[in-house]
Design a protein around this ligand. Structure first.
Ligand code: AMP
Ligand code: ZN
Length: 456
């Protein structure tokens, strides 16, 4: 069996992955808060952990992996959005959840085995909070329940900070009902106009962190294999999840391996609304950037490195995928995935290395292997290919005409017709490669098939 190695944020080392139960490999990834379209940064963890999910299914068997990703559908940002727009909260969360599924589906992400919504697990959260109070890890005060960070010795182990450092460095909310400024909210009171549930502490709603602890416990148990998310979640969200889960279920180990993707930037800058470089996955899709291209660009950078989204990369990815789709047209994938692709992925999800291997296979014209390897990464699949369909045939016809025209021009020494066709192709965004062997036409960034009409 393939040995998978993963970098574990908790131990800060790359370790051999040994699942607790190889018959049921379990992974939990923090999902979105549903109040708006996912921006392209939000899509990075989706593509990263989707690729890990595919690898785990490949190695342990498709029926032996359980992947859970939640929807946070109770949150103050959602309440604020509902109030701003004057629409019911349930409409916002339902609509945004569907957008998310559609947009991530367009990136080739498989749906996780379970996608629990926080609002469906309120009784489990209340039960967990009661347990934490009983064990002396939490306390109720003024309608709130707070987790006492001093009651958990290992608080801060994931992010490598001490409680004192955190207090000094963080913007902590000081509140009269907190014993320690770092104590965080498990439950808070809701006014009548806000979503709320009855609880032993009055009508209220959960704090953000408790949902992941309660839902992962319900769906995956007190110990499971992998917990993932963006590295902005490491502190406080994941640190708090660990404290809650390990104190509520000290007999379990919670997550064995912690994995964090680095952030996505745009053209070298942090993505932000004020810089005007903020866009959603849907914006890109609407501009005609195919989901497969977005996925390819994401996979070209290792998840542990910051990744830069650039228009240039998208253009290059588009040209590569067009070429690979042309090469593999009508071909069946080889029955086994090329070993070099699997071993790159098994080495801490080295997707960039796997893509390098795909280039090698393409250059060697190992097309059946190229196809199998690409499909392992969720690329060159039938579902993702709509965008690349139409223009291929036209280009092969044009390539032949250009080759013939050139052959004639060699005799007559009149290259004007060759130059004219070439200029029209370049104008339409086609890369023209002419060599002794023949003529190759590769649609490049911004390829526009319409411009080629009437060229001949
Ligand atoms: P949120 O809805 O803000 O909780 O984010 C959902 C997921 O997107 C989390 O795993 C975040 O870590 C991740 N995320 C947010 N911004 C970025 C970014 N710029 N690059 C990569 N991941 C991000
Ligand atoms: Zn979470």
């Amino acid at each position: 069996m393939t040995t998978i190695k993963l970098h574990n944020t908790m131990t800060r080392r790359k370790e051999v992955f040994a699942p607790i139960d190889p018959q049921n490999v379990r992974m939990y990834v923090c999902g979105p808060t549903v109040y708006d379209r996912a921006h392209i940064g939000n899509a990075r963890p989706v593509v990263v952990f989707d690729t890990l999910y595919r690898l785990l299914r490949h190695v342990y068997g498709a029926d032996h992996v359980t992947y859970v990703r939640n929807f946070t559908d109770v949150d103050d940002k959602i309440n604020a959005r509902a109030e701003r727009d004057g629409v019911p909260i349930s409409k916002i969360t339902a609509e945004t959840t569907q957008w998310y599924l559609d947009d991530m589906g367009a990136l080739g992400a498989l749906e996780p085995n379970a996608m629990p919504r926080a609002t469906e697990y309120i009784p489990q959260m209340v039960a967990m909070i009661e347990g934490l109070i009983e064990k002396g890890h939490a306390y109720a005060a003024e309608g709130h329940v707070l987790f006492s960070v001093e009651s958990y010795e290992r608080y801060g182990a994931l992010s490598g900070r001490s409680v004192d450092d955190m207090i000094a460095g963080a913007r902590v909310e000081v509140a009269p009902y907190k014993r320690n400024p770092m104590d965080f909210v498990l439950w808070k009171p809701s006014s009548d106009d806000l979503p709320g549930w009855d609880s032993p502490w009055g009508r209220g709603r959960p704090g953000w962190h408790i949902e992941c602890s309660a839902m992962s416990y319900e769906l995956l148990g007190e110990s499971f294999d992998i917990h993932g998310g963006g590295n902005d979640l490491m502190f406080p969200h994941h640190e708090n999840e660990i404290a809650q889960s390990c104190c509520a279920h000290p007999e379990g180990g919670f997550a064995q391996v912690w994995m964090h993707n680095e952030m996505l930037q745009v053209e070298g800058k942090k993505m932000s609304k004020s810089l005007g470089n903020f866009f959603t996955v849907r914006d890109l899709l609407d501009q005609g950037v195919p989901g497969e291209v977005i996925r390819f660009v994401f996979l070209s950078t290792h998840y542990g490195k910051p990744m830069d989204w650039t228009a240039k990369k998208a253009g290059e990815a588009e040209a590569t995928l067009r070429k690979w789709r042309m090469l593999t047209e009508g071909i069946e994938p080889s029955s086994t995935v090329p070993a070099a692709v699997v071993s790159a992925l098994a080495d801490d999800l080295n997707t960039a290395g796997a893509i390098t291997e795909l280039h090698r296979l393409a250059n060697a014209s190992d097309v059946a292997e190229l196809l199998a390897g690409a499909q392992m990464l969720g690329l060159l699949t039938d579902e993702m290919g709509d965008w690349a369909d139409a223009p291929d045939a036209d280009l092969s016809g044009l390539a032949k005409v250009l080759a013939d025209t050139r052959a004639k021009a060699m005799e007559t020494k009149d290259f004007s017709e060759v130059d004219r066709i070439k200029a029209a192709l370049i104008d339409a965004g086609v890369e023209v490669r002419m060599s002794k062997e023949g003529v190759e036409l590769v649609p490049g960034p911004g390829f526009d098939a319409a411009k080629l009409e009437g060229v001949l």
